[in-house]
Write a protein that binds this ligand. Structure first.
Ligand SMILES: Nc1nc2c(ncn2[C@@H]2O[C@H](COP(=O)(O)OP(=O)(O)OP(=O)(O)O)[C@@H](O)[C@H]2O)c(=O)[nH]1
Ligand SMILES: [Mg+2]
Length: 667
């Protein structure tokens, strides 16, 4: 535990109860390493919450409290950093800049009213800055900018400012530039505009009103600067936020929610009935589950009878908290516009709404980044599969972008996430919290087997071992059915009873078993048509089993003679990238044996659609990111099965052989 954490008085600290007009909910977004966590730490130190400022390098900041964060020196989870300044409360939400953890950045925006975008004074706009701007713009959230790291010898405030203007908006203005700030503020209000152009100075109240409405309408983005590590420019930032950033009551005076299938608008008002949205769940080893919620209307008290409409569940808070990092500050009530937490709710999870039973409203769920990197989980210890299944639900609650699946066909448990680092954190958490050691490996691809021509073969099963023998004899046609959705179709064309009707089901049963694992590489067979055309039987020795075995022989022989082939799953892929990356992405797609189906310009981006073998796309989430420095997005869905090229088939068959042998050794 870091010193910074001990110095906050933790759960015994008491905080004043604030109302929506005294609260600023500000999510801090920006490129990884630009200083968000340090800024939050500086604000805590400056406002007297901590007596000694923590450092990311020392792993003792309030915000990066998770052992995984301390170990890596980057934020993984969002963290609440409430600070009190000039009778107001600023609820900073520190978010991870690293793309793998974008799920938390997006979730934080559901609770925030405004975004503080941090940008490095030395590096200027980076990909993370672009993404932060994009996220905020998508939701139409008010924005301001803090240029951090002004202590660097290469810091260039004016350069960063003009770069941001060029890239994002002409309405980006330095808060120091009184003239420009006043002009933009005046433009947001008819009355102020007249005054301004009449060369009348605006009063402080008028300036405040103008700036606030400009910020809300997205026609004004103020910029301040400083050095988080030295606490320089932080008090100016807090002053600016308190003075000019609109409070919760003005940012979100109303919110649209769903009530019994209809959209209704509710007011951000303490007198309205309750509407609180759970935007984050923390799994605390000591306290258990903590649900962080943003109150949009009404008030939550300790004895409020909460209702979760999605689960149709009654919940009781018992205790209420204000979270600061991992520290819980006891609270008596959380009012509209504020953010609080409650422990040990019985069935409420992230993205659920809490309200009262009489008015069951639901806030729209947050759109999270796609989880397109899928790996198989291989436990190192025997019997750990069950333990993993037990740990999953809790890990899922904390990170909604993680998806677990048990693949019935391959028997593998797979996990999908946004990126490698996120999955690496998962592996470490399984180990540290649940003592389960696992390895992540590429998942088994679900290949299929099929034949391409028609053959007729005979299958005979005959055994004479004293007493009663076994006799089954079938002549069968095998050919492609043309329907890859079905493993097989079975017909019989027996004339004159060469095989008695009673044995037809046995033949089909044999077929059913055979198609589960094809003769080439034990992958399921699809698109097979089998017709029983002839055969013979023996009055005494024939049996169902004998006919099943005869079918088995015919199948193996026939399949191998009828041009057997391996099919591979093909995905439909849609990639969206800025123009500049189009050539690289298409070239890379070719290397993956992908086929470009089309390109389309949408805004300043290119949308490329392609068909590509799933086997070549396993690491695309990571590869596309490095190809485009994180600017590319994609979606991928299974489309169909296609015949794999010969060289691929040879490799697949050889690899499968090893895989099956390894399985045998295990058993
Ligand atoms: N020189 C200098 N270094 C800074 C400043 N602010 C932050 N740093 C350092 O930059 C590094 C990264 O800072 P963080 O606060 O962890 O950055 P972050 O934005 O939270 O990064 P993520 O959590 O990965 O998104 C740390 O080593 C900080 O000490 C600054 O103003 N000046
Ligand atoms: Mg951080």
């Amino acid at each position: 535990m870091g010193e910074g954490i001990q110095n906050t008085k933790g759960r015994f600290h008491v905080m004043k109860v604030y109302s929506a007009n005294e609260i600023r909910n500000v999510a801090i977004l920006g490129h990884s390493g630009c200083g968000k966590t340090t800024l939050a730490e500086a604000a805590l130190s400056l406002t007297g919450v901590t007596t000694r400022m923590g450092r990311v390098e020392d792993g003792n900041t309030v915000s990066d409290y998770d052992p995984e964060e301390a170990r890596r020196g980057v934020s993984i989870n969002m963290a609440m950093i409430p600070v009190e300044w000039k009778e107001q409360k600023i609820n900073f939400i520190d978010t991870p800049g690293y793309f793998d953890f974008a799920g938390d950045a997006k979730s934080a925006l559901a609770a925030a009213d405004a975004v503080l975008i941090l940008v490095s004074a030395k590096s200027g706009v980076e990909v993370g800055t672009e993404i932060a701007w994009e996220y905020a713009a998508e939701l139409g959230l008010p924005r301001m900018v803090f240029v951090n790291g002004m202590d660097d010898e290469n810091a260039d405030y004016d350069k960063v400012l003009s770069q941001m203007k060029d890239m994002f908006s002409n309405s980006i203005v330095s808060a120091d530039d009184h003239e420009a700030l006043t002009e933009l503020a005046a433009e947001s209000d008819e009355e102020l505009m007249e005054k301004f152009f009449g060369d009348e100075p605006l009063t402080q109240e008028e300036l405040q009103r103008g700036v606030r409405s400009g910020i809300i309408s997205g026609s004004l983005f103020p910029v301040t600067k400083g050095t988080a590590t030295k606490k320089e420019g932080i008090d100016e930032l807090l002053d600016f936020i308190v003075e000019y950033m609109p409070p919760a009551s003005e940012c979100r005076p109303t919110i649209d929610v769903e009530q019994n299938g209809e959209t209704v608008t509710i007011e951000c008002n303490e007198k309205e009935s309750l509407c609180a949205f759970v935007f984050k769940t923390i799994s605390d080893p000591y306290v258990g589950r903590l649900s962080l919620f943003r109150v949009f209307s009404g008030v939550v008290k300790r004895d409020t009878n909460l209702f979760n409409p999605r689960k149709e569940l009654a919940e009781k808070p018992g205790h209420l908290y204000i979270m600061r990092g991992k520290n819980q500050i006891e609270a008596t009530e959380i009012r509209a516009g504020d953010i609080g937490a409650v422990a040990k709710l019985s069935g409420t999870s992230t993205q659920d709404t809490l309200c009262i039973k009489e008015k069951p409203v639901r806030v729209a769920e947050t759109v999270l980044p796609e989880s397109l990197l899928t790996l198989a989980i291989v436990p190192k210890g025997r019997g750990d599969e069950d333990k993993i299944a037990g740990a999953f639900p809790r890990l899922l609650e904390e990170d909604k972008t993680l998806k677990f699946q048990i693949n019935k066909e391959t028997k593998q448990t797979t996990v999908s996430g946004v990126g490698d680092n996120q999955l690496d954190v998962l592996v470490n958490r399984l180990k540290s919290r649940y003592k389960i050691e696992v390895e992540l490996v590429p998942p088994i691809i679900a290949y299929r087997e099929m034949i391409k021509s028609k053959v007729q073969v005979r299958g005979r099963h005959k055994k004479q071992s004293g007493g009663r023998g076994q006799f089954g004899d079938v002549v069968m046609d095998f050919e492609p059915s043309g329907d890859l959705e079905k493993p097989y179709v079975f017909e019989e064309k027996i004339f004159g009873g060469s095989v008695p009707k009673a044995y037809f089901p046995a033949v089909e049963k044999g077929l059913q078993e055979c198609v589960l694992a094809g003769p080439l590489a034990a992958y399921p067979v699809v698109g097979l048509k089998a017709t029983l055309v002839d055969g013979s039987y023996h009055d005494v020795d024939s049996s169902e089993l004998a006919f099943k075995l005869a079918t088995n022989i015919a199948f193996k022989d026939g399949f191998m003679k009828a041009k057997p082939t391996i099919l591979e799953p093909i995905a439909k892929v849609t990639v969206t990238v800025p123009d500049a990356y189009m050539g690289d992405v298409m070239g890379d797609m070719n290397k993956r044996r992908g086929r470009i189906m089309g390109t389309e310009k949408v805004g300043n981006k290119q949308v490329i659609t392609a068909d590509a073998p799933m086997a070549e796309m396993l690491r695309y989430a990571t590869d596309l990111r490095s190809m485009t420095q994180g600017r590319g997005r994609f979606t991928m869905d299974f489309e169909r099965y296609d015949e794999a090229p010969n060289d691929v088939q040879t490799k697949v068959i050889a690899a499968r052989k090893q895989e099956l042998e390894a399985l045998k050794d295990k058993e």
